[in-house]
Design a protein around this ligand. Sequence first.
Ligand code: C2O
Ligand code: CU
Ligand code: CU
Length: 489
Amino acid sequence: MVINRRDFIGLSAIGLFGGLALKGCQGFVSQGSVSDGAAIAAIHRSKDGLLEIDLTAQYADLVLAEQAMSQMMTYNGQLPAPRLEVKPGDRLIIHFTNNLNQGTNLHFHGLHLSPAQDNVFLHIKPGETYTYELDIHPNQRGGTYWYHPHVHGSVAEQLFRGLAGIIVVRGELDNIPEIAAAQEEFFLLQDFALPNENSSHMNLMAGREGSLRLVNGNYHPTIEVTENLLRLRLVNASPSRFYNLQIKGQTLIQIATDGGALAQPKAIDQLLLTPGQRAELLIPTVNLPDIPIHLLNLPYQRTQMGMMGHQATQVVEAIADFKRAAKNYSTVTLPEAFQPIKPLPEPEQTRQFRLNHGMARGHRGGNGHRGGQMPGQGMAFLINGESYSGAVDTEVTLDTVEDWEIINTGTMDHPFHVHTNKFQIISRNGIPEAAIAWHDTVLVKVGETVKIRMAFQHFTGETVYHCHILDHEDLGMMGKLKISAPQNS
Ligand code: C2O
Ligand code: CU
Ligand code: CU
């Protein structure tokens, strides 16, 4: 990776990659350029069943991590983008303007919306406006969702330049007094290329990753924890980067996945969050040491060893610090269980989806690196041997249940995402999933088969499923799903 050394000067004396290798985390005192806290997004909450806002996709020159970043793509000029908070049954109206010089649109990742309202095939041209009118379903589960552009071919680029924001649906967990009293922090995890970081050196085949790795637009923020319980709501809005999170010596309590609350809190040592995924963690303050603690990002190998040089620089790094305020904390007793999650009924049908990559069809001689082309072009990402064409790939019937076996026959991990309806994970490599939870994005590792179960409810129409490594999606690893009304003749 070619990065001008001077690019780092404003950032920190330690630098972005190597210097943050914690090697056991001792001797890690102060970084010099740690910000005071994670920036807070502008918050828009629904009132009396309605949230109506103006949202403009526009360029902005920003200073991120003391680094001048020009021509970032933002919503309303802000990074992090505005955070929207709604309740089940609300109406969300977004007066959207595209002030970019390229087409864009909005997708509402994880929300159970009609495909007509959450229309990813829409192409809003430069200078055009569009009004999104969304009916948040009365049965929408509370949880952490997000919005981002979804124009096939430019999704990775637009997220990599900033376009992503959080949508919160208040629900079950928010009504538990102990959790409602917690200090709630949202972490929108993004990574960007530094100004001189040559994008042609970014491996589009593995999926682009940038060296500027930010939490809510801040580099390595320190969060002061003032309540007895910290509720951390994480969104991986990076196009390709996986986050493998840990607080050394601390058990993390996971309370929610992509689809909201788990049936009971789950103690974990590490949280692997792939692009597109969200999770909620609780961290009791009383357990924290007096010194600031690091939220670490541990290395994770998401491509087969030796296949791509791109990930060779992986080290243990801290992405945020937490420190206690000067006060006394008490222990919080959490409920042992939340609302039970009902397993979906047996499927009517089972389908298979094989994920792999190969040369794009129509490339004469399979020459993927013709003059001036970016690496990765000429390479196609495939589902069942087909690259996304715009034609319907999978037709299902409303009010039926299906099992989908997602089979990774390639050499890279693929986080598989389905729009419109969430799913339950049944098994991974034939091993039944220990606890039922709701998801919209699931990691399918190299060589793995993951079986998911989905009920197609409430909405007919055309939507998509795809790999959430967005370069893979842009290079074809997407399929069109048509949900049809039953034929009752
Ligand atoms: Cu974040 Cu099609 O998805
Ligand atoms: Cu989505
Ligand atoms: Cu992929």
